[in-house]
Write a protein that binds this ligand. Structure first.
Ligand code: ADP
Ligand code: MG
Length: 620
């Protein structure tokens, strides 16, 4: 019998290896940017089309390659960066595995033009599915330009697996930001579908941060520096009041290489203790210099993980450095975040509500929860009171929600389905003294119902109402606008600007009106009519923030995300005083919703404290 084991042909071996290195367009951008940096470039230009699916082009003015090196660079394990195994322990370059170009060449159509300064003429080489198609002399400027077209053209499964353009673009921008932050001495441009997203001149790190994240960062940066015999830390941290709910803008670089490390992230977060509202994350860009012999970066091919031989010392030093930076800026804890924590604890324990079990329900649980009170019929039942009960309550405290049903309140305009007054409810209205609804600590709406006491979380309820409303509006593209007399300009950072461009149809459907002004500024001319009067700029920026947060945490589509984000931003908050009419309208509209039980984020909206439970408090 014949032997059956054979070596894989190179093309197949490369394709398999490519699976590890090239997962998506962003991986190509990362590898090519790192090569350009390693080539000692001072100017790097990135161009992408269709989120890198059609084209990724990276042009640098670095050292270039000879014709032979150009050919060699597409071979697997071909690298100019390490020669001996000892070199692995003193790596200062970004690349070293010699896998990137071979992998990219295996799964795309690649054209590379490169020339060294000392050569008269450069070379142009085309590689397609690991095959060198042509190589010929070419006149080109010093440096290297690599064009990667039709990524995964020969691996359809991978191509189909790619996410939508906004998602893939976001990944690319993430990689770009990391490299651009690590190298403020290099100037960068970034073109997306021929639109200039970034144009970053070389300069100081603080300028680079502002160039990448926007002008508003100018006042937000606190320098952070610490020298020890073991490591040096330097960079910037953000002021606590500018912390965001999204985790995105946190960067560690070890010897100029971007890394992810939860343990060290915790050290920073820990240093902010007491200064940040719940689930807010500080901005930071911190560079750690450490002798390469204390680290092992060979853990994973994509190289964002890293091992330190003494993590605990690192933790202590970083925490101390951040604490000191915060202290030097004289920042002391303040307590006026969102809501009064003590109050919350008292109400929940006193009423023995198990709030925790409800509030951390996630969305999928929420979807499968049977709708206990999911329609108006049931809702009305809660209020049905027999004649006998009326006499029992001696006429003084009978709930009435019917009055508000024709009210057209500004902020709350969802049409109630419970529009018909029953003859019985009519009767109740006539009693003018009714006082069965009140606001508890400007946070909950308390109301007497047939079976006892109902407490409604005003924010969660309003979020549900708005969410269902905006979903309908987005579906029908029917949002009415309120135009401004004085348009407002919002400056966005380039990544957010790109996001707003992608989401333009959704914004418009909701009723936002805006024009592009300059490179990354937007002039807002109008906002959805029903939220006019709020701080428009804040609303717009908050909406983008919320959208990004949802996107990073949930897998929901754009429309769903937009409806949820709008609801979250526009909903009334704890601390807002409500009139009786407003409370009634909220309750009415809540129970006209298709699911009044949970907020769009899965929070319980109302609790009912039954009479029997109340009786239990008094040992009856
Ligand atoms: P690695 O970066 O791990 O060495 P790559 O496959 O990314 O492996 O690149 C292979 C080799 O090609 C590099 O070692 C380098 O010599 C050369 N090279 C790649 N890109 C460039 C560039 N932009 N300028 C100059 N040389 C490059
Ligand atoms: Mg490389």
């Amino acid at each position: 019998m014949l032997d059956i084991i054979q070596l894989l042909p190179d093309a197949i071996a490369n394709q398999i290896a490519a699976g590890e290195v090239v997962q998506r367009p962003a991986s190509v951008v990362k590898e090519l940017l790192e090569n350009a940096v390693d080539a000692r470039s001072t100017r790097i230009a990135v161009r992408i089309k269709e989120a890198g699916k059609h084209l990724i082009q990276i042009t640098d003015n670095g050292i270039g390659m000879s014709a032979t090196d150009a050919r060699m660079s597409f071979e697997r394990h071909a690298t100019s960066k390490i020669r001996r195994s000892e070199d692995l322990f003193s790596i200062r370059t970004m690349g070293f595995r010699g896998e990137a170009l071979a992998s990219i060449g295996a799964v795309a159509q690649v054209e590379m033009k490169t020339k060294r300064a000392e050569d008269e003429i450069g070379t142009c080489i085309s590689v397609e599915g690991s095959e060198v198609v042509v190589q010929e002399p070419a006149s080109c400027p010093d440096g290297t330009s690599i064009c990667v077209k039709n990524l995964f053209f020969n691996v359809p499964a991978r191509r189909n697996f790619l996410k939508s353009n906004p998602v893939e673009t976001r990944h690319i921008i993430d990689e770009f930001q990391r490299v651009a932050l690590a190298h403020p001495e290099i100037s960068f441009t970034f073109l997306q579908n021929d639109l200039e997203v970034y144009n970053l001149s070389s300069g100081k790190l603080s300028h680079r941060i502002v160039g990448l994240f926007g002008k508003q960062y100018q006042e937000q940066l606190i320098p952070c520096k610490e020298d020890t015999s073991h490591i040096q830390v330097q960079g910037y941290i953000g002021k606590p009041e500018n912390a965001k709910r999204t985790k995105g803008e946190q960067f560690f670089f070890v010897n100029d290489r971007y890394i992810k490390n939860h343990y060290l992230n915790h050290a920073v977060q820990n240093a902010y203790e007491g200064l940040l509202p719940d689930d807010c994350h500080p901005f930071y860009v911190l560079f750690i210099e450490i002798d390469p012999k204390h680290i092992d970066i060979n853990v994973h091919p994509t190289k964002t993980e890293i091992k330190f031989d003494d993590e605990r010392t690192m933790y202590a030093i970083i925490r101390a450095a951040v604490k000191q930076a915060l202290g030097a800026h004289n920042i002391t804890p303040s307590l006026d975040f969102d809501q009064d924590v003590n109050f919350h604890a008292i109400t929940t324990s006193a009423l023995n509500f198990n709030r925790e079990s409800g509030s951390d329900r996630n969305y999928s649980q929420f979807k499968t929860t049977p709708r206990e009170y999911s329609n108006t019929a049931h809702w009305e039942k809660m209020f049905e009171i027999s004649k006998k009960e009326i006499s029992d309550y001696s006429g003084g405290e009978i709930p009435d929600f019917s009055q508000s049903q024709n009210n057209d309140q500004e902020a709350i305009t969802f049409e109630s389905a419970a529009n018909e007054k029953s003859a019985f409810q009519e009767k109740l209205v006539s009693n003018e003294n009714v006082q069965t609804i009140f606001q508890l600590h400007q946070q909950y709406i308390a109301s007497q119902i047939k079976s006892g006491l109902m407490l409604v979380d005003q924010q969660a309820a309003h979020e549900r109402i708005l969410y269902e409303k905006y979903k309908a509006v987005l579906e029908k593209k029917s949002g009415a606008s309120q135009q401004f007399l004085f348009p407002q300009t919002v400056s966005l950072n380039p990544a957010d600007f790109a996001l707003v461009m992608e989401l333009e149809p959704e914004f418009k459907a909701l009723g936002f009106l805006f024009n592009i002004f300059g490179k990354t500024d937007i002039v807002i001319n109008g906002i959805p009519a029903d939220i006019a009067g709020s701080d428009e700029k804040n609303l717009f920026e908050g909406l983008i923030e919320q959208f990004k947060k949802n996107k990073s945490e949930l897998s929901i589509d754009r429309r769903e995300n937009m409806a949820r984000s709008m609801a979250k931003r526009a909903a009334i908050k704890p601390g807002q005083k409500l009139s009786t009419e407003e409370m009634r309208t909220i309750i009415d509209q809540l129970f006209a919703c298709s699911n009044p039980n949970y907020s769009p984020h899965g929070k319980v909206i109302f609790y009912i404290l039954g009479m029997d439970k109340i009786a239990g408090f008094f040992n009856r």
